[in-house]
Design a protein around this ligand. Structure first.
Ligand code: ZN
Length: 379
């Protein structure tokens, strides 16, 4: 039922349209045209101005042909760099780039699979419940498009983001929440050789504060890292100012809150004890996902995977995705494995069999949402 040649052609077509984060307009236009050809209207939201790009998110509504759970599917339109002039090569059972660019299977494999699923549904007049499809921008720049999206526009009762590594059948049920942490230290400038006694070296203070703090893995579900330090003006000036940038993540919100508070408390106490002033800013970048195997959104995907002969694998990950934002907005959401490999590198590729499987999985999820509805159980 899935048309392999059409799927490959569609995928190759769309990866050759450059859509590096912030410059997704050409991809947006192509999608509006392709969806229009299929009889669907794609509405762009106003997030372009918020994210500072040339395109907003696109939302498509596919009206129900049968009662059932209302589903959201989501994939991102943007890619990382180098993502201009992508020339896909079908090479045996895989699709790769020529090697000078990424391939863009992250996340266009998902978009190709979604469009192919829509074609299969139309051709076979398959029954389906209400479907909402959200194509986001700026995902690779920190989930910017999803964060700017107005979720009150959606009716979906649960959602699937198609943007995880791992073969189709992988279902990410746990992902961390993350805080961005910034510390600024103010000391006092002085000549390093003539009167260092008059100065307070902010870099030295930050170093001593950091040395008193944990770094790296805190426990099985919690990590922290300080990855940036900037400051100072010259070798012979006692550094008046420096800034330390870092992050903390945990699968548990209470652990994240506790760790962040204790890091900040230690940092400030150390700096102040040594005569400096500390200013701290922390910001939640995205919330956690903590789904259980029995949750409906997980069960439905697992049953769908089994129904097409895939082995459902429930996994956890150490990073956020658009699913974090959607789930945080109140729509239970899992991130599904698409099969993209070596993403964010010029060796990126995808196996054609995975591209086919993820399309079948989308169709099977859509089927399950109808089949499990009480009114349709005799079907
Ligand atoms: Zn992605």
């Amino acid at each position: 039922m899935v048309n392999k040649d059409r799927l490959i052609k569609g995928f190759c077509n769309m990866v050759s349209i450059a859509s590096v984060s912030g410059r997704e307009a050409a991809m947006r236009d192509w999608l509006i045209k392709e969806l229009g050809r299929r009889g669907y209207r794609a509405d762009e939201d106003g997030s372009a101005a918020i994210v500072g790009g040339d395109s907003g998110n696109l939302l498509v509504h596919v009206p129900a042909k049968a009662p059932g759970k209302k589903l959201l599917f989501s994939a991102h339109m943007d890619t990382v760099e180098p993502g201009e002039g992508i020339d896909p090569v079908v090479d045996g059972g895989i699709i790769r780039s020529r090697g000078q660019t990424i391939l863009g299977a992250d996340d266009k494999a998902a978009i190709a699979a979604l469009l192919e699923a829509l074609d299969v549904i139309a051709e076979n007049q398959r029954l389906h419940a209400d479907l909402e499809i959200l194509f986001t921008v700026g995902e690779e720049q920190g989930l910017k498009g999803a964060k700017a999206f107005d979720f009150s526009l959606l009716q979906a009762e649960m959602g699937y983001v198609l943007d995880a590594g791992g073969e189709p059948g992988s279902i990410v049920i746990q992902s961390p929440c993350q805080n961005e942490i910034e510390y600024e230290v103010l000391g006092r400038a002085a000549h390093a050789g003539i009167n260092p006694e008059a100065g307070i070296n902010s870099i030295h203070l930050a170093a001593q504060a950091l040395a008193a703090m944990p770094c790296g893995r805190i426990d099985a579900e919690t990590t922290c890292n300080f990855g940036v330090i900037q400051g100072g003006q010259a070798r012979n000036i006692v550094a008046e100012y420096c800034r330390v940038g870092g992050e903390a993540r945990s699968l548990s919100r209470s652990k994240l809150d506790k760790l962040t508070a204790s890091l900040t408390q230690t940092f400030c106490a150390q700096v102040e004890k040594l005569g400096g002033q500390a200013k701290t800013t922390t910001r939640l970048l995205y919330p956690e996902i903590s789904l259980q195997p029995g949750d409906e959104v997980v069960r439905l995907a697992s049953q769908a995977a089994r129904s097409i002969g895939l082995n459902p694998r429930l996994i956890k990950t150490g990073g956020g995705s658009d699913a974090s934002i959607i789930h945080g907005a109140g729509i239970p959401c899992a991130n599904l494995g698409v099969g993209m490999q070596k993403v964010h590198s010029c060796e990126e590729y995808i196996r054609i069999c995975d591209l086919l499987d993820v399309t079948r999985l989308i169709l099977a999820i859509i089927d399950q949402a109808v089949a499990q509805h009480p009114k349709n159980e005799s079907m």
